[in-house]
Design a protein around this ligand. Structure first.
Ligand code: SAH
Length: 294
């Protein structure tokens, strides 16, 4: 697949240095929290919002029984509005960022259209969840850009009966996308808090075919292997031999390889018949580093 350079994920960054997303967040954050200073410290509220609020107060005093009902329908309508908004953004993401850039596998596009990415990011970043960039998820880690998730999912050629291993659970989003497509997903996360919260989230959302584990993914998950495919979502300096060992004959592994301070490449590793291993560089990327347990 030909990928023009501009489509390359140059922004798969560490949150601290993630120019594009962080700038955007800061900007939006600034807008959200902008408020007018109140000189002298004592302000009498005024303006149309206050008039409206007083009207609502008077009405609610006049019709006390109407209050709980109207409050309820108001918040239900708000929630429905928000859900619609996310649906719209999600559909737009699939069409423009994924299908529009060459993701062709229909099942992968459907999985990306199914998983509610906004439920995998911190609450204050939900409205940015379907943007064309990675987002911070805490502990110095990121949820990958949607295009990268779809690309990595597509290249391992997911199929219904498969068992897939992921290294770097993070938010659990990539695992959820895989879980829509294959029989079983095993995912390992080295940061205990992330492992715990991703596990809770995946349970809550009903992803019963995802098994999570806290630990150093370098060693893989030998008892559950061999795997049809392995997806590594942190950049390693080399392909961890235990992972290669746990790949089935004919299996595929996608892994960003390179040092944290240089260009890394997404490598597609193919363990061919007779255990011959071939690798192919697919595109330059920037991922958070693959860490090792001390
Ligand atoms: N796939 C994630 C995003 C991954 S960010 C998602 O969809 O949200 C990469 C993750 O890999 C980080 O959470 C990081 O803590 C984790 N990680 C780094 N080195 C690891 C290792 N050796 N074993 C397991 N997880 C690791």
């Amino acid at each position: 697949m030909f990928l023009p350079r501009k489509n390359v994920d140059e922004r798969e960054m560490l949150p601290k240095s993630a120019g594009v997303p962080n700038k955007e967040i800061t900007m939006i954050g600034a807008n959200l929290f902008r408020y007018k200073a109140c000189p002298g410290g004592s302000c009498v509220p005024s303006g149309p919002a206050v008039t409206l609020a007083m009207l609502v107060l008077l009405l609610s005093l006049a019709f006390p029984f109407a209050r709980p009902l109207s409050a309820l329908s108001g918040s239900a309508a708000h929630a429905a509005d928000q859900a619609d908004q996310y649906e719209g953004k999600k559909a737009e993401m699939v069409a423009s960022q994924l299908a529009g850039r060459g993701i062709e596998n229909r099942e992968v596009l459907e999985a990306m259209a199914e998983v509610q990415r906004h439920l995998f990011v911190p609450e204050n970043l939900r409205r940015l969840a379907y943007g064309d960039f990675p987002l911070p998820i805490g502990h110095g880690q990121t949820i990958s850009q949607p295009y990268i998730v779809a690309f990595m999912t597509e290249v391992i050629r997911p199929a219904p009966g498969q068992r897939v291993l992921e290294i770097g659970t993070g938010s659990g989003y990539q695992a959820a996308v895989l879980a829509e497509l294959v029989a079983e997903v095993y995912t390992i996360e080295i940061v205990p808090e992330l492992a715990q919260s991703a596990n809770n989230r995946l349970r809550q959302l009903g992803y019963a075919n995802v098994k999570t584990r806290e630990g150093d993914g370098y060693y893989g998950w030998p008892e559950a292997g061999p795997f049809d495919a392995i997806v590594v979502t942190a950049a390693a300096e080399f392909i961890p031999p235990p992972l290669l060992q746990q790949l089935k004959e004919g299996g595929l592994m996608i892994i960003p390889v390179g040092s944290p301070f240089h260009v890394q490449h997404l490598m597609l590793v193919n363990k061919e018949k007779g255990d011959r291993v071939t690798t192919r560089k697919l595109m330059p990327v920037r991922f958070v580093p693959f860490r090792r347990a001390e």
